[in-house]
Write a protein that binds this ligand. Sequence first.
Ligand code: FES
Ligand SMILES: [Fe+2]
Length: 334
Amino acid sequence: MAKPPLSMKPTGWFQVAWSSEIDAGEVHRMTYFGREMVAWRGESGRLTVMDAYCEHLGAHLGYGGHVEGDVIQCPFHGWQWSHEGRNVCIPYQDRPNRGRRIHTYPVVERNESAYIWHDVEGRDPFFDVPDVFASFDDGRSADDYYPQVTMYRAGLELHPQYVLENGVDFAHFKFVHNTPIVPVFTRHDFAEPVSYVDFTITFEGEEGQSIEDVRSGVEAINGGLGVAVTKSWGMVDNRTISAITPVDDRTSDVRFMVYIGRNPGDDSPKAQDRARAFAQDVIDQFLADVHIWSHQRYSDPPALTSAENQGFTAIRKWATQFYPEDELQKGVTA
Ligand code: FES
Ligand SMILES: [Fe+2]
């Protein structure tokens, strides 16, 4: 295990919770990017994520703060703060404090997840969170799939970039995922903050089979470093979301979600059992990667074969756009 040498304060969208963890009227505590935060849902259903400390005298809103309508009220002296982090009421003064503001984060809820936009330079979002259905634009939706099966591992010593490097790492599949043959990448598009990786892969058959005969694969869309969605074809119909969120300078929370396609007209208990078993298989494959990532020491510069060189160079160059300028200049990610 080793502290990641890459910045743990990257820019982008990062999952901080599942939507169902924060009901209307609830306040949820969390730590991401080394900051204490609260997420709270107003009675209208709107989700807010903000820094945890009250701008008055610094009470932590996650310890006794409560939602009143669509504002959060501090437990210490009752000051109320809005979705924008503005003070809207001081109970013992006739006007609020218009100057002080609690830092809030842009929030998107999608695919039953809550994502925040994190950028140390305070810029507005410059790309969108991928949607595990809509982003593939094939007319399929959550209705065509069983409910998502989730996996969560908190505080692992790994960096979001490790996960995405899987998308260029053809050589690990045989060893980590026991594929019979080495997959072939058919698309590497790292031109924009949202990048695309497609590959032909099979988990079945003989070692001797030819990749030309394989009729199955995976398409992946990476929304920056924090969120990746995948769609499979030619195998058990599944979609996945992986979401890695830095907690502090050493560790990240890992969330993974799998959807298994329904067989039209067959919702029997047996079909559901099968779907659950397939979902577990997909989770187990991801956990096999997590086992490596959470103990690896990031190698930079790495010792690559010439076949590996192009993909790794492309993804590592792409990743630099998400790191704060000053850390790049210091050479932290060089
Ligand atoms: S510390 Fe929050 S109202 Fe005083
Ligand atoms: Fe992998």
